[in-house]
Design a protein around this ligand. Structure first.
Ligand code: ADQ
Length: 741
């Protein structure tokens, strides 16, 4: 069975030294929980850094630590203190973290940080390469390791690689600021599946790929040469039952077994039963919006004096990244704000803010969750925010109100919460009042819906879905490779061809025989055949057993001009006209163009509204070209155009065809399949070959007799029997056909 390995910056254990030996302390974080189920089930290894710098230990000590981790299925990537500084504290937390959370002013562009990021990513990749076997799966995690997928793919194209980003992927306008944006994207595109918490992050990522590299993207698939890469949203869940079950235990625990914290909290309520607790928990990070939360709480106390002495904000902040200057400044700012509020509104037996600057054991977290009336989470940016989910899971009696920032990933799964803009202090102050006054029935109605959703899609489901998408993309690649014409298959096809005495060869033109040319001027939308192509076609037609038919969407004037004097037959405008070798053009169908005056103004208006696009007028069709338009706008307008044309199409027997960056309107009932069969009528061939790249060619593949050899150019899903990746491969194939047979 294939294995699945996990690669993440941190291993799921921390190292504790006790007396003269080392111990491993398992992490309790969301990632560790979700992944444990995965890597054990798939017998994989977990590759990562154990959280300690190698230089602080002797060689023997480090070996001992590696040995302990090895027994737990972990492979260690050793990092020196210097690397921790430049890679983790440097590029990860002073460059990527602020940029991806839209704190552009905090971004440090030091090239030495970048160099270290490349080197350390290579270390992770190298360690992984030591572990993987043929056809294994690898799941790489987060922003610290964005280059690893590319490094792995370069050495081992046979493995299937997934990548999950736990933080937001920013809008292209922000991402482009980074000098190393191309390298990061290339690294990510080494993965076969790229996962994000939300569709918005996925959209931003695809937009950057499109704008920086111009790769073809259909829905959420990116097509790069022979590869298909899938991008998708997988909102990460929590271990719902663990929080829920612990909360039940916490509440039912007898007095003597209760923790000190629990007793403290109960004392708070003893003073007056209508007292309320508001809770916030986060790492002390500028993305979490802690100062604006405090200011909003201050505003709440100022605006609604009746709540003074009745409401306390319990604010838990885990120390984080203390060595980075912005975090030190944030710490000071928070200390000052807490001091100010407590000074202003505190009394002898009332503190408006209880501020804990430390980590807390799991049991205490659950106590806080289950005893707080309101959770107030106000990040200015947050990839997901698992605390919000943990609060919901711990509300066993389904009371409690969630106030959540619209800048978090989790908000997409919490439509029933009170959603706020964290920068709008008075809105947050009003939201606090609304939450405190919300009737119990309404609280239960809202909470129960969110609970159901989170229970269903917990961290195990999340991991399972990611892994099943990873398997699916591996299958898509395999299907593609199964249709791909290998050297062996190519030999067989050529053998059959050489045995045949009469052959019909249908060839699409643009994208099949010649590359799509980026059009530079509207007046020159052409990609005329070059000399090597003429040579290939001449070689084929000079063999009297061959009939070569060029079957194209282009108009008959262009084709006549380009193939003047050539012995190929021509079918133009997807099958409106045909010119058999040595004859004149004849119309294959009763096409009409009386509809054009009606449709042309619509297309014209799209040309005017969409810079870079133009209208091509053929005898029986109108084509709107948007290959030079800004990619996303072009696609958006193409959808709009199809929508606008729908009624007209039905009433006038028209058809809309979508080619490669074109929308074409033409008389219905005409397609390349019908035309090819008209050509074949009353003729006898013992070998039929058809090649084409876009979906207008699918008609050809579908409607030709089943024994025909049909070849799709490119990697998309197709009705054709085989696939060749590129125009060059097509030309080579035809050249060999003409030379040797
Ligand atoms: P974080 O920024 O760390 O994670 P979050 O999702 O809220 O943010 O997870 C924090 C975790 O730490 C929670 O499980 C919480 O219980 C725990 N925690 C917080 N305070 C604690 C305390 N005082 N004591 C003990 N434990 C505490 C990053 C991204 C997020 C994304 C996650 C997961 O920034 O947006 O949701 O990864 O992908």
């Amino acid at each position: 069975m294939k294995k699945l390995h996990i690669v993440s910056n941190r291993l799921p254990f921390s190292i504790v030294s006790e007396e003269d030996k080392f111990l491993l302390k398992p992490s309790v974080g969301g990632l560790a929980t979700g992944m444990k189920s995965v890597y054990k089930d798939f017998e994989g290894r977990w590759i990562g850094w154990p959280g300690i710098a190698t230089d602080s230990y002797t060689v023997d000590q480090f070996k001992e630590i590696e040995g302990l981790l090895d027994k737990e299925g972990c492979d260690t990537v050793p990092l020196t203190a210097d690397e921790v500084h430049t890679f983790y504290e440097g590029f990860c937390n002073r460059t990527i973290w602020p940029l991806f959370h839209y704190f552009n002013q905090y971004v440090d562009y030091s090239p030495e940080f970048w160099e270290s990021y490349v080197e350390v990513n290579q270390k992770f990749a190298d360690k992984t390469l030591e572990v993987v076997e043929d056809g294994d799966f690898v799941w790489v995690h987060d922003y610290q390791l964005m280059l690893v997928p590319g490094m792995l793919k370069a050495k081992r194209p046979d493995i299937t690689i997934g990548f999950f980003l736990h933080i937001p992927f920013p809008s292209y306008e922000v991402f482009r600021i980074l000098p190393w944006r191309n390298e990061l994207l290339e690294g990510l595109l080494g993965a076969d599946l790229i996962g994000f918490h939300t569709y918005d992050y996925e959209r931003h990522f695809l937009s950057s790929v499109r704008r920086l590299f111009g790769y073809e993207i259909s829905f959420n698939q990116i097509h790069i040469n022979e590869r298909i890469i899938l991008a998708d949203a997988f909102p990460m869940g929590i271990d719902y039952d663990k929080f829920h079950d612990s909360a039940i235990k916490t509440i039912s625990r007898p007095m003597q077994e209760k923790s000190t914290l629990h007793k403290e909290l109960e004392k708070y309520f003893l003073v007056s039963p209508d007292r309320k607790l508001i809770l916030s928990i986060d790492r002390l990070d500028y993305s979490k919006g802690i100062p604006n939360r405090l200011r909003a709480f201050e505003k709440f106390l100022e605006k609604f004096p009746e709540y003074r002495t009745k409401v306390t904000l319990v604010m838990l902040a885990v120390p984080s990244r203390n060595s980075v200057p912005q975090y030190q400044r944030l710490k000071r700012e928070v200390d000052e704000l807490v001091g100010r509020i407590n000074g202003l509104y505190g009394t002898v037996n009332y503190a408006p803010v209880w501020y804990f600057y430390r980590s807390m054991p799991f049991e205490n977290l659950v106590e806080l969750y289950s005893m707080s009336d309101v959770a107030l989470l106000t990040p200015v940016r947050d990839g997901m925010n698992l605390v919000a989910k943990e609060y919901v899971a711990s509300r066993t009696n389904q009371t409690g109100v969630m106030i959540i920032s619209e800048m978090t990933g989790v908000v997409k799964e919490m439509g029933e919460a009170i959603v706020i803009n964290p920068n709008h202090e008075s809105q947050v102050a009003d939201a606090i009042k609304q939450a405190l006054e919300m009737p119990i029935d309404e609280q239960r109605a809202r909470m129960s819906v969110i609970q159901k959703r989170l229970k269903r899609y917990d961290v195990f489901k999340w991991a399972e879905q990611f892994v099943s998408s990873l398997k699916r993309i591996a299958q898509i690649q395999t299907d593609f490779l199964a249709k791909k014409i290998t050297t062996k298959l190519s030999k067989k096809l050529l053998d059959d061809f050489s045995k045949a005495k009469s052959r019909a060869i249908f060839l699409d033109y643009d994208g099949t025989l010649t590359h799509f040319k980026k059009v530079t001027r509207e007046a020159e939308p052409s990609a005329a055949p070059d000399y090597p192509l003429h040579e290939i076609l001449n070689a084929l037609t000079s063999d009297e057993r061959n009939e070569v038919v060029l079957i194209s969407g282009r108009d008959k004037e262009t084709l006549s001009k380009w193939f003047d004097g050539s012995d190929v037959s021509l079918i133009s405008e997807h099958g409106v006209w045909m010119r058999e070798r040595g004859s004149d053009w004849q119309m294959l169908t009763n096409a009409t163009n009386s509809w054009m005056p009606m449709v042309r103004p619509i297309l014209d208006s799209f040309v005017v509204r969409t810079p870079g696009t133009y209208l091509e007028e053929k005898n029986y069709s109108l084509v709107w070209h948007y290959e030079k338009a800004e990619a996303e706008l072009g696609e958006l307008r193409a959808k709009e155009l199809k929508d606008e044309l729908t009624t007209m199409v039905a009433n006038h027997n028209l058809e809309i065809m979508e080619g490669n960056k074109v929308v074409e309107v033409k008389t219905g009932g005409i397609n390349k399949g019908v035309a090819a069969n008209r050509y074949l009528l009353n003729k006898q061939f013992d070998y039929i070959l058809a090649m084409g790249d876009d979906w207008t060619d699918e008609y050809l593949f579908k409607e030709l007799p089943p024994e025909a050899v049909t070849i799709k150019v490119g990697i998309k899903h197709t009705n054709a029997s085989y696939k060749l990746e590129t125009v060059d491969a097509v030309r080579n194939f035809l050249r060999v056909m003409s030379e040797n047979h």
